[in-house]
Design a protein around this ligand. Structure first.
Ligand code: ZN
Length: 352
């Protein structure tokens, strides 16, 4: 494969301008989970123009797609996430500058994720074609990585059934292959129903749904001392009533539970359900929960991690041009105390 390295490096250099333009568009659109309409179409366009056939709107999700090239085995999948996060907005500049009128942003760098995966798919397609090898390369446009787990619906539809290996990557502050598992996670919205009443005239007739939420949060916070140290529980109150002078009839809290071990995570989640029921009982309200997502932790694969490491070293580190270097230096200055060394991107770091 050594002879292919020159072609691969040439491809990466040649894609630089296109990649930057696509990533910047995704950044500016900043479309959140399941609403990645323009981002999805943009990635599909790159792949279609490169000779991939596209199936869009798969697994009942308008923004999910599969782009395919080649035939036969092996079937290699590359995942392309593209969703932004709600509640953060930032212009593509190295200082804090929210984009006017936008309430979402690519805080988890999926604008790079989708763009990089698309180019990786095209690179493999070119390699297959140049070397006349059998094999199928697919780029999976997977919606709503952030709290939606769009790809689990694609798995359920059997869209990965014939896949031999699924590869992905993520922009981080280390230029390296990785074999780290992720945290298994599960989320649910807990909806409390009470009895509305005027909070001054007849509070004794009311039962506050918000009290249910608060009692649940209090008990969940006590629980933190009695779960494994590396477990994570976080919540936001998504509905808390409409006016202070009305006893809230309805309130809602949105919880995430995470742990590396899916079994431990599920146990904590079940305890959280018990907590919600106890909170409802104590406040004279009722509660129902709706599961929003449930994702297994990433399964590490030593063989593929080693292969990624070897191939990444063939490509080498990242060398910024003068404009990128100036951008990086400005951005780096805003980080405060960090273990990251600017310039470490020029070398491939040890696998980890
Ligand atoms: Zn991410």
């Amino acid at each position: 494969m050594v002879s292919a390295d020159g072609a691969v490096l040439e491809f990466i250099e040649g894609r630089r301008v296109a990649d930057r333009a696509v990533a910047l568009q995704l950044w500016n659109w900043a479309e959140v989970g399941y609403q990645e309409e323009q981002s999805s179409i943009r990635l599909q366009k790159e792949l279609r123009e490169a000779g991939f056939s596209i199936k869009a709107g798969v697994a009942g999700m308008p923004t999910a797609f599969i782009a395919e090239y080649g035939s036969g085995k092996p079937v290699i999948a590359i995942l392309a996430e593209m969703d932004a996060l709600p509640g953060v907005s930032q212009a593509a500049v190295p200082e804090r500058l929210p984009l006017r009128g936008r309430i979402s942003g690519h805080a988890c760098r999926h604008h790079l994720f989708g763009t990089g995966s698309t180019s990786a798919g095209i690179a493999i397609k070119n390699w297959l074609a140049a070397n006349r090898r059998s094999g199928t390369i697919r780029v999976y446009g997977t919606p709503a990585e952030e709290g939606g787990a769009g790809k689990s619906y694609m798995v359920r539809e059997g869209l990965f059934s014939d896949v031999d290996v699924a590869l992905h990557w993520h922009a981080v502050d280390r230029n390296a292959g990785t074999n780290e598992p992720t945290l298994a996670n599960k989320s649910a919205k807990f909806r409390f129903s009470g009895i509305a009443a005027h909070a001054a005239a007849s509070p004794e007739r009311g039962r506050s749904a918000l009290d249910g939420v608060e009692a649940m949060n209090f008990m969940a916070n006590l629980m933190r001392e009695h779960v494994p140290e590396d477990a994570r529980m976080h919540y936001i109150i998504t509905r808390g009533g409409d006016a202070p002078n009305v006893v809230p009839e309805f309130a809602e809290v949105f919880y995430y539970v995470r742990h590396r071990n899916p079994v431990v995570m599920a146990e904590i989640f079940d305890r959280l359900i018990a907590v919600s029921e106890a909170a409802a009982m104590g406040t004279g309200t009722t509660v129902k929960h709706e599961l929003i997502h449930d994702a297994y932790s990433l399964l590490p694969n030593d063989v593929f991690a080693a292969a990624v490491d070897v191939n990444l070293r063939r490509v080498g580190g990242v060398n910024y041009d003068a404009i990128e270097q100036a951008f990086a230096e400005k951005l780096f200055a805003t980080l405060g105390k960090t273990d990251v060394v600017l310039g470490s991107e020029r070398e491939v770091q040890p696998i980890g």
